[in-house]
Design a protein. Structure first.
Length: 233
């Protein structure tokens, strides 16, 4: 497993050899595969010249053996070890860092941090003004609930009204009361059912006739018919 860095191990003093062996054993106990460690050492050594490694022991412990990647245990320098696919978390981190650096550079150059264009007299670039023009209007805030014992919502339009005068009985604002009164004047009232006892149930063509009521029975003076218990004989 340590064959790729054997040339460096020969240059390391005994304390660093012991620490390197302990680090390798710790990673193996935590589930890191031996071929994964071997691949990591080979890849790290391929990115540096041997002449540039001044302290082999520190390089092995600080550069060659540590796992690089995100919090995903299977991530190996931005690559998922088991599948070989790119790590999405690492890709998002790289994009966020790139966007932050680009924003800082644009701010230093006096450009729009979002579009990278020169702002106009309004301190906004043309793209920002266009987006603001076509942006949908914000939704109106929901009406607040009436507070206090002397306030309520109108039953017609929902506006907040004070419970005074006719509003106490109707629960409507002035405009809604006027509209209700206007509709009541226009709409014809339904004919009321006869409630006076002694009215003849027969009709002479236009209106009920009148009769004289008796204690047990009544007779219709117009139709000359008897009525028993509310029914015309």
């Amino acid at each position: 497993m340590l064959e790729p860095v054997r040339v460096l191990l020969e240059q390391v003093t005994s304390p660093f050899v012991t620490r390197t062996a302990r680090e390798v054993g710790r990673q193996l106990r935590e589930g890191t595969a031996a071929d994964r460690l071997r691949h990591r050492l080979t890849a790290r050594l391929a990115t540096v010249a041997l002449a540039d490694i001044r302290d082999p022991g520190r390089w092995l412990l600080g550069v060659a053996l540590p796992r690089w990647g995100c919090g995903h245990q299977d991530c190996e320098t931005g690559i998922i070890w088991r599948t070989g696919a790119a790590c999405e978390l690492c890709a998002e981190t790289v994009q966020d860092r790139f966007a932050a650096r680009r924003r800082e550079q644009r701010l230093e150059q006096g450009l729009c941090p979002q579009h990278g264009t020169r702002p106009g007299p309004s301190r906004h670039c043309a793209d920002c003004e266009l987006e603001a023009a076509v942006r949908l209007p914000a939704r109106a805030p929901a009406p607040r609930e009436p507070a206090g014992p002397n306030r309520c919502s109108c039953g017609g339009c929902g506006c907040v009204i004070f419970l005074t005068g006719r509003a106490v009985d109707t629960g409507l604002c002035k405009l809604c009361r006027e509209e209700a009164d206007a509709r009541a004047d226009v709409e014809p009232a339904a004919p009321a059912a006869p409630t006076v006892p002694g009215t003849c149930s027969g009709r002479d063509g236009e209106s009920p006739c009148t009769r004289r009521a008796l204690p047990t029975r009544s007779v219709c003076l117009t139709h000359r018919s008897w009525e028993l218990d509310g029914e015309v004989a």
